[in-house]
Design a protein around this ligand. Sequence first.
Ligand SMILES: *Cc1c(COP(=O)(O)O)cnc(C)c1O
Length: 338
Amino acid sequence: MSTCTADSALLEHYVKKILAAPVYDLAVRTPLQPAPALSALLGNQVLLKREDLQPTFSFKIRGAYNKLVQLSDEQKARGVVTASAGNHAQGVALAARELGIQARIVMPSTTPELKVLGVRSRGAEAVLHGESFPFALAHALQLAESSGCTFVSPFDDPDVIAGQGTVAMEILRQQQGPLDAIFVPVGGGGLIAGVAAYVKYLRPEVRIIGVEPEGSSCLLAALRAGERVVLPSVDGFADGTAVAQVGAYGFEICRDWVDDVITVSNDELCSAIKLIYDDTRSITEPSGALAVAGVRKYVAHHGLRKQTLVAINSGANINFDSLRHVAERVAAQACNEF
Ligand SMILES: *Cc1c(COP(=O)(O)O)cnc(C)c1O
């Protein structure tokens, strides 16, 4: 999908925004950590970018803060409205509290409780509305329109994309030696757009591979159709990435600069949660394990050996109760293998 005729001026525009993003007022520089057991299993060196260690347990704080900090004083005074599956919500809530901005956050009624509590405990107003993200989004847009508050998209906004792109800035500084590919989880495409813009500008030989859940592969659908499409339905297991349509700003970058997109099943996500646990003793949420599930599938499919592969562990916000289901799926798969 990468072409040399594609517009590198667009990349430069984003690289400048990424370098100027003041995300470290709130976000932390996360480790790029070797995963020895996974590396041995796959015959490649796998490095985990530990975005699950951010203050809100996902990278979303980067984009949320970069957006809110750049609002005008008048916009700040009026407040913001956003729709989110839960992680952007917590990022906006934390950023808004830091900047003294009123925030109203619409989340689907199916949002894991700990994400709702994560919003309320940071002083923002949580409105539960709709079965899934598209319904919450429609409601939030209406609220913004009727109240005069600024709508803050979780992914379809250049400042949000630039904030997420700071993940790539860290990865390239942390891994100055061999680097063959970066695996990026995809929901609405903000993270992968920021990562692709930065990496393709500076190290175009590094492959950018998007990983989506089978039940919400809106970037793959858009790339195949040559335009953004709306998926007729979306599976909610990987709730952080259950998006029906990729963002317009992100798609503009992804269609030229993303090398490949693969999808993984919910069972493959459960296995990846365990693989990450085995190497780090940390739990990730289903969306947070997408990249590792993608690495595993991609390595098997392409027979890769001895490459250096980065997987972005994007979040850890899973209800404790849901771990029972994850463990059961892993156990069931182990049985099926015999
Ligand atoms: C939001 C999110 C993603 C995907 O990011 P997009 O910018 O929407 O593509 C991946 N993982 C987690 C944990 C998220 O919260």
